[in-house]
Write a protein of this length. Structure first.
Length: 305
C-alpha cells in the first residue's frame, strides 16, 4: 500500500496574518481556490480574533463562507478565546483549531494569559465542541524553542502534549515549531514519543506537525516528523507566514517544498504539482508578504510542471 501524507495548507491564515497591508477578500479567495485546484483538501481559512489585534483576519467569516462551497474541502478556523469559539461554532467550519503555547512567556505574549488559564478555558471548549460533534485540533506553540525562553526541554513539551491529548481521545494535537529553530533529531524524539504514546482509539496517528523555515531546517524537520510516524503536516504555499508574537520567526515551511519532498519519497499527497506552483506563485506575490521556500526557483522543478 502506498504511503499517504495529508498536507494541511495554512497560507490563508498563518501565511497572511502578519502581513501589514490588508489583503483584499477577493485576493484571499483567489488564493484559496488556487490551492483547492492544486488538490489541497485541508486548509486553515482564518481566525476569529479581534480585528484590532490582527486586522488581516477581519474578513474570516466572509472568506470561510466562500471556502465552504468548495466540495470536499475541510476548513479549519483558529480560535483564540471564548468569543472566537462561539463565532467559530456558529460559522460552519468543519474543524476548530484551539491553541496555546507550551512555554509561559510565549503564551503571555501571544494571548496575554498564563498557560494554566488558557488550558482551563480551552478544556471547556473541547468539552462543548465534542458534545456538538465538531472536529477539533489543539495547537501547541513553541514545543521546541521559545523566542523568550530558548530551547524547550523535551519533557516540558511532552507534558503539555499529554495534557492536550487527555482532553479527548480523538482530538488531533499539533506539535508546533513556532520559531523554526527546532532540530530534526529533536523533532524525531518529541513527535515520535507523542505518536507512539498517544494514538487515537483505533490506533491511527492523531499527531500533526507544524513547522517554520526560519533557520532553513523546515523540510528536514518535516522529514523527521514523517519518519517518526506523523502523517499530517502543516505548510504554507510560497513559504509565507510568521507569528506576530514570536520575534524573528519567519515563514512556514513552503507547501511546494513539502510536496516535492513527499513526491521524491514516493509518498502520495493528492497534489497536482503544476497547479501547486501556480498557487505558490500567487501566494509569494501577495504585497507585503515575505515569501520563502526553494522549489519555485529551481528550473528543473519548473520543467517538471
Amino acid at each position: 500500500m502506498t504511503a499517504h501524507a495529508t498536507i494541511s495548507e495554512v497560507a490563508p491564515r498563518d501565511g497572511l496574518q502578519s502581513i501589514g497591508p490588508f489583503v483584499p477578500t477577493e485576493a484571499k479567495l483567489v488564493l484559496v481556490r488556487a490551492l483547492y485546484e492544486a488538490g489541497l483538501r485541508r486548509m486553515e481559512i482564518g481566525s476569529f480574533v479581534s480585528p484590532k489585534a490582527i486586522p488581516q483576519m477581519a474578513d474570516t467569516a466572509e472568506v470561510l463562507a466562500q471556502a465552504l462551497a468548495l466540495d470536499g474541502l475541510e476548513c479549519t478556523v483558529l480560535v483564540p478565546n471564548r468569543k472566537g469559539f462561539e463565532l467559530a461554532m456558529a460559522s460552519g467550519a468543519q474543524r476548530l483549531g484551539l491553541f496555546m503555547s507550551a512555554t509561559e512567556s510565549h503564551n503571555r505574549a501571544n494571548v496575554n494569559r498564563s498557560r494554566a488559564e488558557s488550558f482551563a478555558d480551552l478544556a471547556g471548549m473541547v468539552r462543548e465542541a465534542t458534545a456538538a460533534s465538531r472536529r477539533l485540533r489543539f495547537n501547541l506553540s513553541c514545543c521546541f524553542h521559545c523566542p523568550f525562553e530558548g530551547v524547550v526541554p523535551e519533557a516540558d513539551a511532552l507534558d503539555w502534549v499529554e495534557r492536550a491529548v487527555s482532553l479527548d481521545p480523538w482530538m488531533e494535537v499539533s506539535i508546533c515549531d513556532t520559531t523554526g529553530n527546532a532540530a530534526p533529531d529533536q523533532v524525531a524524539r518529541v513527535v515520535g514519543h507523542a505518536v507512539r504514546a498517544w494514538p487515537a482509539p483505533d490506533g491511527s496517528c492523531r499527531i500533526a506537525f507544524h513547522g517554520h523555515d526560519t533557520y532553513g531546517m523546515g523540510v528536514a524537520n518535516v522529514a523527521a516528523a514523517w519518519g517518526a510516524g506523523c502523517t499530517v503536516i502543516d505548510s504554507a504555499a510560497g513559504g509565507l507566514g510568521g507569528c506576530p508574537f514570536a520575534p524573528g520567526a519567519t515563514g512556514n515551511v513552503a507547501t511546494e517544498d513539502v510536496a516535492w519532498l513527499f513526491r521524491r519519497m514516493g509518498v502520495e499527497t493528492g497534489i497536482d504539482w503544476p497547479r501547486l506552483l501556480v498557487a505558490a506563485d500567487l501566494a509569494a506575490a501577495i504585497p507585503g508578504g515575505l515569501p520563502g521556500g526553494r522549489l519555485r526557483a529551481v528550473p528543473a522543478a519548473r520543467k517538471a510542471a
